[in-house]
Write a protein that binds this ligand. Structure first.
Ligand code: PEP
Ligand code: MG
Length: 548
């Protein structure tokens, strides 16, 4: 096979080269499966075997990989699933058919619920395939354990597949589907496996070897062996520089840029604090409450927030108030059904109808801040106009808190000067700012090229906000996924951003890259990225400047 280079969306930097590994076939439910009296028991014992296997792998993993495996194991043993299987068994179906029909029903319910529930559909289908394979006595579906360094190529990966991967054997991942915020991307980032998503033209017939470059988004099929070795060696040099980086964040010529971690709970915050970070630049508080039917008391919220603040020691913690709605529905802040939830009553807008929720949360944040050493700042999500920033800031200041807002809408970016008259800082959420600037759903893999954080149109808005920050003498951070890309992080600094907050696993690659270039290089890279025709051209132009 001749060498072919394809381009997707790069999500985890690094170069991996090896034999091509593809996930095993998913089991097919036999059309003529006979009914059995003991179907519920057959299901229960297959489910128990599958759950044990997942729990064993969870025990051998850490962090989000372990959490994903445990969550999938819990889903296998969900009582609602068993009840649906019993219902279909009662209607005269065999065990594999009943399992499949029960999961189909749950998939329909989860899809209708939307948001985070809909994202669990991939987990449900994965659970179905594992249980059906066990019932039929077939090998476990999904990704096998390779015997040599391998590059995993697939349509998409089930969360439990990705979480169980061994980064010493699976050295690269490339998938046809999935965007920068998909499960595949999140787990690959945590495991540090170079990863490219959204390679729509990946052929069905695959070669024996491939190379994945998660920095450039390239997937090279049948690469020349010597050229591949050279790329892998250069990447190894970069990785050892990452491992050696100990902070604090600054360019080679000493321009200081805070490098911070994004966190969502105390366990994650404690892990993130092991990295050379100056604190947490985005604490997504809503993620602690996704399964809560009712509002947690101020006292309980205080202790949850204090545990995260304690992990930061005397470092900075930027607490984001509840970003409920759209892709993160909270039962106790439910605003009813909306035709367009991403454009609906979400984030700070929830306080229009439920000011009590925001007041209680700010009381809890203030109490937690008083009880800990951390340098606590607070920001509101989904702010569109300066008057929203003014009202939020007043409520924070009443409680002695340092107020800021996220810049996630084009209006907030364009009016950043006026927003900054009211608050002490802003933090740009590039995930939502892309979604609203390009009118493209951030969850859509098909539109991933539009929500690519290298889009020059997004960078122009970042630059406008950074200039407003300079004029006001106030900090401007970036806490969206853009800050996790080492080369793009240099561009953001060149545009005038003063802090970067990213997944804990990206902290060292970002810090080390920044330490390898001067502020002038960052500024030149920023000019090149803004002037580029598209994200691919921007990446290439910036690589030329930063590697010069
Ligand atoms: C963002 O929108 O960039 C952001 C950081 O917020 P979230 O991803 O939680 O919506
Ligand atoms: Mg957001």
């Amino acid at each position: 096979m001749t060498t072919v280079t394809l381009i997707g969306t790069p999500v985890v930097a690094g170069v991996g080269h090896g034999a091509v590994l593809v996930p095993g076939d998913r089991p097919a439910v036999p059309a003529d499966e006979p009914a059995r009296d003991d179907t519920p028991a057959v299901f229960a014992s297959a489910a128990a075997v599958v759950a044990d296997r997942l729990q064993e792998r969870a025990a051998l993993s850490t962090g989000s990989a372990s959490e994903v495996l445990s969550a999938t194991a819990a889903l296998v043993q969900d009582r609602g699933l068993a009840a649906l299987v019993a219902k279909h068994a009662g209607a005269g179906n065999g065990p594999a058919t009943s399992t499949s029909k029960a999961v189909d029903e749950l998939v329909a319910m989860f899809t209708a619920a939307g948001g985070v529930m809909a994202e669990r559909v991939t987990d449900l289908r994965d659970v179905r395939d594992r249980v059906v394979a066990e019932i039929l006595g077939q090998p476990e579906p999904g990704v096998g354990v390779p015997t040599q360094p391998s590059v995993l190529l697939a349509d998409d990966l089930a969360p439990a597949d990705t979480a169980g991967l061994d980064p010493t054997l699976v050295v690269g991942i490339a998938v046809r589907l999935g965007g920068p915020t998909s499960h595949t991307a999140i787990i690959a980032r945590q495991l540090g496996i170079p990863c490219v998503v959204g390679i729509v033209d990946l052929p069905q017939e695959l070669p024996a070897t491939a190379l994945v470059d998660g920095g450039t988004g390239e997937v090279v099929l049948s690469p020349d062996a010597d050229a591949a070795r050279t790329r892998v060696e250069a990447d190894a040099v970069r990785r050892s520089a990452d491992a050696a980086w100990e902070g604090p964040g600054r360019t080679a010529d000493g321009h200081a840029v805070q490098v911070l971690a994004n966190v969502q709970d105390a366990a994650g915050a404690e892990r993130a604090a092991q990295e050379p970070v100056e604190g947490f630049g985005l604490y997504r508080t809503e993620l602690s409450f996704l399964d809560r039917p009712s509002e947690p008391s101020v006292q309980e919220q205080t202790s949850i927030y204090a545990a995260v603040m304690e992990a930061a020691g005397a470092g900075k913690v930027v607490v984001r108030t509840l970003d409920a709605g759209s892709d993160k529905p909270l039962a106790f802040a439910d605003m009813g059904s909306e035709a367009n939830p991403a454009l609906g009553v979400r984030g700070l807008r929830v306080a229009r109808r439920r000011p009590d929720l925001l007041a209680h949360q700010l009381d809890a944040v203030a109490a937690a801040a008083d009880a800990t050493e951390a340098d606590v700042w607070v920001m509101a999500p989904m702010v569109s106009v300066p008057s929203e920033a003014a009202a939020f800031a007043a409520q924070c200041r009443e409680r002695g808190l340092v107020p800021g807002v996220m810049v996630e809408t084009p209006s907030a970016a364009l009016l950043a000067d006026r927003v900054l008259e009211h608050v002490d800082f802003v933090s740009i959420g590039t995930n939502d700012l892309s979604q609203y600037t390009f009118a493209a759903d951030r969850m859509s893999a098909e539109l991933g090229d539009l929500t690519d954080p290298w889009q020059p149109g997004l960078l122009v808005l970042v630059e406008a906000v950074a200039r407003a920050g300079e004029r006001a003498g106030k900090p401007v951070g970036v806490c969206g996924e853009a800050a996790a890309d080492p080369a793009l992080a240099c561009v953001l600094v060149g545009l005038g951003v003063t802090s970067l907050s990213c997944a804990a696993g990206a902290v060292r690659p970002v810090g080390a890259r920044l330490a390898s270039v001067t502020l002038a290089q960052c500024q030149e890279a920023a000019r090149a990225a803004v002037a580029a025709a598209d994200p691919t051209a921007a990446r290439a132009a910036v690589a030329d400047v930063l590697d010069a």
